[in-house]
Every structure is written in structure tokens, then in C-alpha cells.
Design a protein around this ligand. Structure first.
Ligand code: ADP
Ligand code: MG
Length: 238
């Protein structure tokens, strides 16, 4: 479904990945690793926001950076920072925007967004100003915008980071319930440990790749070993 072949990415003079190759076909894939490991960069490459200087990234056979033009409903990305994603001033308008690739007229899209919020017991959020929501609530809006758009591939960059515990439980349940492919990065390992595949990124390279339980255990063991030698806990990169 997703192929990264020999991709090298540099940003601002930093080499983020060098000759990275990954074939991502499992319905649920977790992405873990320290700050600066390259998780967000990998997502940016997968959704076509960044184009590697060499190598290729393809989604369903289409070059990643051409997906939004050729198949607008194929890939949905939830950004680590909600403010990088949200465009409109109110919740209902933001959700309606998500429906625009499917060609639904705006008035109808707003009505669908309201109905959708009602099914989530969030009817009162419809006309709420995004600016009046907390960071965690904005993160929820980003997830709802993705859920209503229902793209075939969901890329979620640290979606649990600002959510309270009930919000995390809801998101985990939502992810378990969707039929699409989901790739999710997180430091909350409990949400990916049960996945059939977890990838541990370390300084832009794959350090481990396999079943969730063993990859999460290996990462935790490494973190514990580094914690025992405090000077090495800090990430190697700034
Ligand atoms: N705009 C940028 N310019 C240069 N380097 C960047 C930029 N964004 C991120 N990086 C670097 O890329 C590496 C990976 O960052 P990132 O993908 O954000 O990691 P993660 O999401 O795992 O925390 C880090 O070393 C970071 O400093
Ligand atoms: Mg990140």
C-alpha cells in the first residue's frame, strides 16, 4: 500500500533519513522513538508535504506528493500540532472542510458536520470557536475532521499527546473500529503495543521493526538503560 524506497531526506542542511526503505502494508502500524527520531518527518514524506531528495515514496502506486491532486480522499493526516491542521474559525466549518474533497456542497457539509457531532454527543461544539478550545479539545477536533472525511489511509502524528484519559480511550476505540489503514506515532506505548507491527525510529533509521509487544519492550529496555546513565538520556540530536 505504502512504499518508501531508498529515500534520502534533508531539511535545513540536516540529513533526516538516508536511504530509508519501508514497505507499509499492515492495517495498524505504530511508530515510536525519541523526540527528533524522525517520526513527524516520516509522516510529512508519506503525505507528500516533503519530497525526498532521492528515492521514491508511493501511496497506492501514486507518488506521495501527487496524491492530493490525483486522489484527494486517499490520505488523511493528523498533525502533531493541531494549529498546523485547523484552518477555519469554528468546529462545524472545520469538519465541513474535511468533506470538500468528496464534492459535497458547503451547506450540506455543515449539516453533516452538525449531525456527526451529535452522534458523538458533541452537538454543543458545532458553533464553538476553535480559539476557545483547549489544546486537547483542538486535537479532538482534528481527529473528528479525519474521521468524518474517512480517507483510505490515516496518518496520525502523536494524536494522544494532549488528550485526557477518557479522550485517549475514545481515540483508541475509534482507531480499533475503523476499517482503513492507520499509522500512528506515539509515546503512549499502551496504545500501539498490541499492534501487529511497530517501527522504532532512532535518529532517522529503523532500529527495530516487528510485532508491537517485542518492539515496545526493546524500546523501553533501551530507555531504561539510558536512564541509568543520565548523560545519555537526552536525545542525540537537538
Ligand atoms: N524544518 C526543519 N529543518 C531542519 N531540521 C528539522 C526540521 N524539522 C525537523 N528537523 C530535524 O529532523 C529530525 C527529525 O525531527 P522530527 O521528524 O520532528 O522528529 P520526531 O517527530 O520523531 O520528534 C530532528 O533532528 C529535527 O531537529
Ligand atoms: Mg514529531
Amino acid at each position: 500500500m505504502l512504499t518508501i524506497a531508498n529515500a534520502t531526506l534533508t531539511r535545513g542542511g540536516n540529513t533526516i533519513f538516508e536511504a530509508l526503505t519501508l514497505y507499509l502494508a499492515e492495517p495498524r502500524i505504530g511508530l515510536i522513538g525519541d523526540n527528533g527520531a524522525g517520526k513527524s518527518s516520516l509522516f510529512r514524506v508519506l503525505c507528500g508535504l516533503d519530497i525526498p531528495q532521492s528515492g521514491s515514496v508511493r501511496v497506492h502506486g501514486i507518488a506521495a506528493h501527487q496524491v492530493s491532486a490525483q486522489r484527494p480522499g486517499l490520505v488523511g493526516m493528523m498533525f502533531q500540532n493541531p494549529d498546523d491542521q485547523i484552518i477555519f474559525p469554528t468546529v462545524e466549518e472545520e469538519l465541513a472542510l474535511s468533506l470538500s474533497p468528496s464534492g459535497i456542497p458547503r451547506r450540506q457539509a455543515i449539516a453533516l458536520a452538525r449531525e456527526f457531532l451529535q452522534t458523538r454527543a458533541l452537538a454543543q461544539w458545532a458553533s464553538r470557536s476553535i480559539a476557545s478550545l483547549s489544546q486537547g479539545q483542538r486535537q479532538q477536533v482534528c481527529w473528528l475532521a479525519l474521521l468524518i472525511a474517512s480517507p483510505e489511509l490515516l496518518l496520525l502524528d502523536e494524536p494522544y499527546a494532549s488528550l485526557d484519559l477518557p479522550g485517549q480511550a475514545r481515540l483508541s476505540r475509534d482507531i480499533a473500529g475503523v476499517s482503513q489503514q492507520v499509522i500512528v506515532s506515539t509515546h503512549a506505548l499502551d496504545h500501539v503495543r498490541h499492534f501487529e507491527r511497530v517501527i522504532w525510529l532512532d535518529q532517522g533509521a529503523v532500529r527495530a521493526d516487528g510485532p508491537g509487544p517485542s518492539v515496545c519492550a526493546a524500546y523501553l529496555a533501551d530507555v531504561a538503560a539510558r536512564a541509568a546513565t543520565p548523560e545519555s538520556v537526552a536525545p542525540a540530536t537537538a
